[in-house]
Design a protein around this ligand. Sequence first.
Ligand code: AMP
Ligand code: ZN
Length: 463
Amino acid sequence: MDIYFQNTLTRKKEKFIPINTEEIRMYSCGPTVYKDATIGNMRTNIFQDVLRRVLKYNNYKIKHVMNITDVGHLVSDGDEGEDKMIKSAKEMHKSPLEIAKYYTELFFKDLELLNIEKPEIICKATDYIQDMLEYVEKLVEKGFAYETSTAIYFDVSKLDKYPILTNIDVENQKAGARVEVDKEKRNPYDFALWIKAPENHLMKWDSPWGKSYPGWHIECSAMSRKHLGEQFDIHTGGIDLVPTHHENEIAQSKGMCGKIPANYWLHGEYLLINGGKMSKSLGNVYLLKDIIERGYDPLVYKLFSYSCHYRNKLNFTWEGIDAAAKSLERLRNSYKINLNGNDELTDIELKKLAKIEEKFHEAINDDLNMPLAMSFVWELARFEKKSPEVAKLLLKFDTVLGVKIDKEDDNTLNIPQDIQELVNKRKIARENKDWAKSDELRDIIISKGYKIKDTKDGMEITK
Ligand code: AMP
Ligand code: ZN
């Protein structure tokens, strides 16, 4: 079945034609590891995970590369401001590499909690300094870059077209539309490839231009070229990367080899909080651990994100999370009931299952339309007959959803340690027929916001 992607490069939904059907090569811009990853960042990672899973559902092998920015991302998206890594390191009284290591580990922990597959290749910018330097030297040699007293800049006027992804009219931009810090820049949109380090700068390397460090965009060009070649299939990232980072990655690559590095550019939209931006000043920055601390299985957030197409803004609310928690519980229950079901399926019913499978496949292949795909997941979960055939298909769909439909514990709550201990004590009290103790423990559990129900299969705990 054909796959279609909305391509930011062409502004069209296009049929996906791989360069080499043996292996799809893709690159995703990874995190800048100087702060906690938010649930907004995780939305972008979930979208990229779905993309991987959809390609695999279509029997493709993939080689997916993701970078870790542990150097050189300035405070603003222009070339001005302090390095984010260094700023955070100073604030936390740690070295930049300690900061990077700490946040990289947290980032991967979140990916694991969200059952997000790890890309085949993960590359840290600081391990590729030499490749980046060689890239910049080549650009200088080819006349696409020039030196000023502070940096090596890419000269966008040397390209046949800049920008490509966006419609900004570079020529007629009002003077002062972007803050100019380096008067030696030839064009306002020229961007730094390499930056000469001030005396007290923490992260710097030897280069033909003295002690210096990379600009933000060069790492992705150097690392994608190294691992995926001059041209690969898919490049992904968050929507905010389009006008700066990705535009400049394309510029670098065109300077280097005259080619746009990827054929399909896919961008995920933002997660909003109560209809607005997530920001520290509004006190509404949520991390995955906030969701877990409220007692939810982290995969509830993943299921929640499927309520919206990746190219649309998604509004986060706790009511939405609550509804997704109930949905996840229902899905897992349906799986379990079907697994143990013994209804015979008629030919007509088997055909109905095949139709649901086809519709699901069409939806995911249509630019990862997860809200539509979910409607077929529900049609299946509510199928009139209960049979292992239905369970098998649910499990197949879960290779795309990645929400662990077959998780043994169908309770989508993560029970905190203290509650679990009380539950265990109560179990022992009941085994000893100490009913007074059992009731007393149940009351304590209730006072902590959890309900406990004794069923023939054991205890059921809800929040
Ligand atoms: P940052 O670490 O802030 O540079 O963000 C890393 C990536 O996460 C960026 O490329 C963004 O596209 C993405 N991102 C940041 N905030 C959000 C958000 N609220 N919703 C979706 N993606 C986001
Ligand atoms: Zn990048």
